[in-house]
Ligand binder design. Structure first.
Ligand code: URA
Length: 216
């Protein structure tokens, strides 16, 4: 079976609503943060389908024993927010994945070369190869940061097939690079926009996600 990058844009009214709020230039930081939290929550909810490891067991209800499905507490789950902007999606993701380990990865892009450099790396030396990894990064634009993040993760034993990316706006340059390098990967995004301008911003996009989350 040949693997192909899969990109899901869930047709959910809550996702569409919070995307519209986030896109609006008049939205203040406090509401923009709410939009990011909600998008993190609903996109993670979608990503968790057929990704969260479960185990079959039985539970005793007050009346009888019955078959039941639980999230497998032994299977490692990791969330990797790409700083800064990925922090905006983290709270929503964490409410659904309370047992996940959080590994921060700080990448900043040079505004002239658009190349990322890493200023914080809390990843472990090696991941258990069964680890389910969810990366949060709201803007997949030129692809520089997400490709650097994937290289760090796979170098440490992460399986791209067990990896999900939750983002808000994805653009073709990033998607093309991910598709060529990591065909087993699955992406959940609120939208796919058409272009990235000369400064590396997605158009129409939503502007600088980090600046809008933190108001700085
Ligand atoms: N990062 C952002 O915050 N916005 C973009 O449009 C592209 C990258």
């Amino acid at each position: 079976m040949t693997l192909q990058l899969r990109i899901y844009v869930p047709p959910h009214p809550l996702i569409k609503h919070w995307l519209a709020v986030a896109r609006d230039a008049a939205t203040p930081s406090v509401l923009f943060r709410t939009a990011m939290t909600e998008l993190g929550r609903w996109l993670t909810y979608e990503a968790a389908r057929e990704w969260l490891p479960t185990l079959e067991t039985t539970v005793n209800s007050p009346l009888a024993s019955c078959p039941a499905t639980l999230i497998d507490p032994e299977m490692p789950i990791a969330v990797v927010p790409i700083l800064r902007a990925g922090l905006g999606l983290l709270e929503g993701a964490q409410t659904l994945l309370p047992l996940a380990s959080i590994y921060h990865l700080g990448l900043v892009r040079n505004e002239e070369t658009l190349q990322p450099s890493c200023y914080l790396n809390k990843l472990p030396e090696k991941f258990d190869p069964q680890t389910r990894v969810l990366i949060t990064d709201p803007m997949l634009a030129t692809g520089g940061s997400i490709m650097a993040a994937m290289a760090e993760l796979t170098h440490r034993g992460v399986d791209p097939v067990l990896t999900r990316i939750v983002c808000v706006v994805a653009a073709p340059p990033a998607l093309q690079q991910l598709s060529a390098a990591y065909p087993g990967l699955i992406i959940y995004t609120a939208t796919i926009d058409e272009t990235v301008n000369d400064q590396g911003y997605i158009v129409p996009g939503l502007g600088d996600a980090g600046d809008r989350i933190f108001g700085t």
